[in-house]
Write a protein that binds this ligand. Structure first.
Ligand SMILES: [Zn+2]
Length: 254
């Protein structure tokens, strides 16, 4: 092979590898809003750094083996679609969170409606990222995948973000609000793939406490946890951290 041909072949290989690698990233897609409300939510998302932070963390931390698209808009979701490797979040989901927090005057807790909604979105994005990682790497999960996704969401928030525990607390508060929708627990709530909203509320806060018992010493008392339960939250968080690190180690960059 002539030298020129060799150089061309080499450059082609570099191009192909670079192109292939470039596709193995998380990207955000904002589909066209269908009305003024969706348009305002799209704007809210684009000016806040919530989505960008999640995408940056995903790309900086994980060796994704294919492109992961985070698609805003449409009617389906929040969910992860393993067929298309897309996380789908309707604009209306963000509106629904805004409304729920507004209805209970959540701003009186000292966290603005915008911040609380961003926190819930961030938790949701990491929950869906967990489903994506489980699917992409074919990770073995024993127990409910939904619980595993909640636990990874809290773990990524707490371990990677300075105010991650506070973000998780807003998400827990939304579970609490949602749990009030159903005064009577029906059969379908029991066979649902998700744990009950009330359980997701307690588990999320249990993990927040377990991640730093000194910083969140008031949580067990507020929730009425027994001493034994509170101690188990600490063990549970440590186990969860160790389990996820073991599972994800081959796929974490450096
Ligand atoms: Zn899920």
């Amino acid at each position: 092979m002539s030298r020129i041909k060799l150089v061309i072949t080499f450059l082609c290989c570099v191009f192909l590898i670079t192109t292939a690698y470039a596709k193995q990233t998380a990207v955000v897609v904002y589909t066209d809003p269908v009305n003024a409300l969706e348009k305002s939510i799209q704007k809210q998302l684009q000016v806040s750094d919530t989505v960008e932070s999640m995408v940056t963390l995903s790309n900086d931390t994980f060796k994704l083996n294919k492109q992961l698209s985070i698609v805003f808009g449409g009617e389906e979701g929040p969910l992860f679609d393993p067929e298309t490797n897309e996380i789908l979040i309707p604009y209306t989901f963000i509106d629904e969170i805004n409304r729920r927090f507004k209805a209970v005057k959540y701003a009186e807790t000292g966290v603005s409606i915008e911040d609380a909604s961003s926190d819930v979105l961030m938790h949701t994005l990491f929950h869906e990222l967990a489903h994506a990682l489980i699917s992409m790497y074919e990770l073995p999960i024993v127990g409910k995948e939904e619980d595993a996704a909640d636990s990874l969401a809290v773990l990524l928030l707490v371990e990677y973000f300075e105010d991650g525990a506070e973000i998780a607390i807003s998400a827990a508060d939304l579970f609490d609000l949602e749990s009030m929708d159903n005064e009577i627990i029906e059969e379908q709530d029991l066979w649902d793939e998700h744990s009950l909203d009330a359980q997701r509320f307690y588990t999320t806060l249990c993990h927040v406490y377990g991640s730093s018992p000194e910083s969140y010493s008031d949580i067990p008392k507020q929730l009425g946890f027994s001493q034994e339960r509170a101690e188990f939250c600490v063990d549970d968080y440590a186990n969860m951290l160790n389990s996820w690190l073991t599972l994800l180690k081959p796929y974490i960059k450096n």
